[in-house]
Design a protein around this ligand. Structure first.
Ligand SMILES: *Cc1c(COP(=O)(O)O)cnc(C)c1O
Length: 396
């Protein structure tokens, strides 16, 4: 068995996306800023990709800026709102404790520059409410940034309601929709979103390319100085092959969303039900308000790292949290944010599926997880202490 269940870290490119890219690496290789026909052919492709992506998001093409991915889009959105706020003397930003590091670290940097950041509590179920946002908004708030869906525990935030509160209060609203794009419906106008980030490699497109949507009238700050590409909002020759791959992948995902959601939800629930049979484990994040492809558990008395290595041995590629934090021994800030104590946060497992996974694979994963957890517990001194009552269980 060889099962990839780490699609929140990255996805395999679809053949549609690969095929959409190929001509732009060979025949249509021009620089879209060139005035000759070869360049203008590339420019036309760029224009069409922008229109097609805008159609998927419910905005107009001029509101799309191409970036190098989700991290850059998050950074640019936050810096832009911060600069706009500072001009009006507004230097307070609201976010949540379980954002992606691209958001949290950008906010940390702003704090050092004199901004004040309020991180909202995400509760045990991994959800924030529009009411919390409403209560946190102050006279000097210049930005609210709340992710659409969490990358570790998959919980889905009430984005449209939060956007409505921000509109009413005249505060800019950004959402990191990297995990949502291609999986959940997005319509920036209907959902009251001012800025939104997405990344192609999370929906079967290429790595190193993403989008920052910014509502008309929002002046974006530049992170990269240089030429006048992207209407002066992002310098550097556009990565046309990647942009074409992203447009094709996003259209594909949006077209097949209902069908994929039904399939993924069934697989997800099969995994959740099967893994829940293991004693002293707990699902992370709300049971229903979660991405159709996300399964996240904490197990008492084991180390997530060993769990992953042994699962890999059995042919299952999974994750303990986000790819960005693996390699560090700190427990996930997301699991701590939902109130998991350190010792349990270390024993986490994230399985994130794609349409290519099957029910047979899910059944195999369940057995593999059961085997590995019981083996690891059999050699764990912590587990022995739990069983003899020397230590108290955290998960009932
Ligand atoms: C993957 C991810 C990012 C970063 O996107 P890159 O394109 O890898 O820079 C940001 N936010 C979330 C929620 C993600 O899952």
């Amino acid at each position: 068995m060889n099962i990839y269940a780490d699609n929140a870290a990255t996805t395999k490119m679809s053949s549609t996306a690969i095929e959409a890219m190929l001509p732009y690496m060979s025949e249509i290789y021009g620089n879209p800023s060139s005035l000759h026909t070869i360049g203008q052919n590339a420019n036309e492709a760029l224009y069409s990709a922008r229109e097609r992506i805008a159609a998927c998001l419910g905005c107009s093409a001029s509101e799309i800026t191409f970036t190098s991915g989700g991290s850059e889009a998050d950074n640019q959105a936050i810096v832009s709102a911060a600069e706009l706020g500072a001009r009006k003397g507004k230097k307070h930003i609201i976010s949540t404790a379980f954002e992606h590091h691209a958001v949290l670290h950008a906010l940390k940097k702003l704090e050092k520059q004199g901004y004040e950041v309020t991180l909202l509590d995400v509760h045990e179920n991994g959800l924030v409410t529009a009411e919390q946002v409403q209560n946190a908004i102050r006279e000097d708030t210049c930005l609210v940034t709340v992710m659409y869906a969490n990358n570790e525990i998959g919980t889905i935030q009430p984005i449209a309601e939060i956007g409505a509160v921000c509109r009413e209060q005249g505060v800019l609203f950004h959402t990191d929709a990297v995990q949502a794009a291609g999986h959940l419906a997005i319509h920036v106008a209907e959902q009251n979103i001012d800025m939104l980030s997405l990344s192609a490699h999370k929906f079967h497109g290429p790595k190193g390319v993403g989008v920052l949507y910014a509502k008309k009238g929002i002046r974006l700050a530049t992170l990269i100085e240089g030429g006048a590409q992207e209407r002066g909002r992002r310098a550097g020759t556009e990565n046309i092959p990647a942009i074409m791959g992203m447009a094709a992948a996003l259209e594909d995902a949006v077209r097949n969303m209902d069908q994929n959601t039904a399939k993924l939800t069934a697989l997800r629930d099969q995994l959740i039900n099967g893994i829940s049979e293991i004693p002293h484990c707990a699902l992370n994040g709300d049971r229903t308000s979660r991405l159709p492809a996300n399964v996240s558990f904490c197990f008492e008395g084991i180390e997530g790292e060993s769990l992953l290595l042994l699962l890999d041995h059995k042919g299952v590629a999974a994750s303990s949290g986000s790819a960005c934090t693996s390699g560090s021994l700190d427990p996930s800030h997301v699991l701590l944010a939902i109130g998991r104590p350190h010792e349990v946060a270390h024993g986490s497992l994230r399985l994130t599926l794609s349409e290519e996974n099957t029910a047979e694979e899910a059944a195999y994963i369940i057995e593999a997880v059961k085997d590995v957890v019981s083996y690891l517990r059999s050699v764990s001194p912590v587990w022995r202490d739990l069983q003899t009552g020397k230590r108290q269980y955290v998960i009932a």
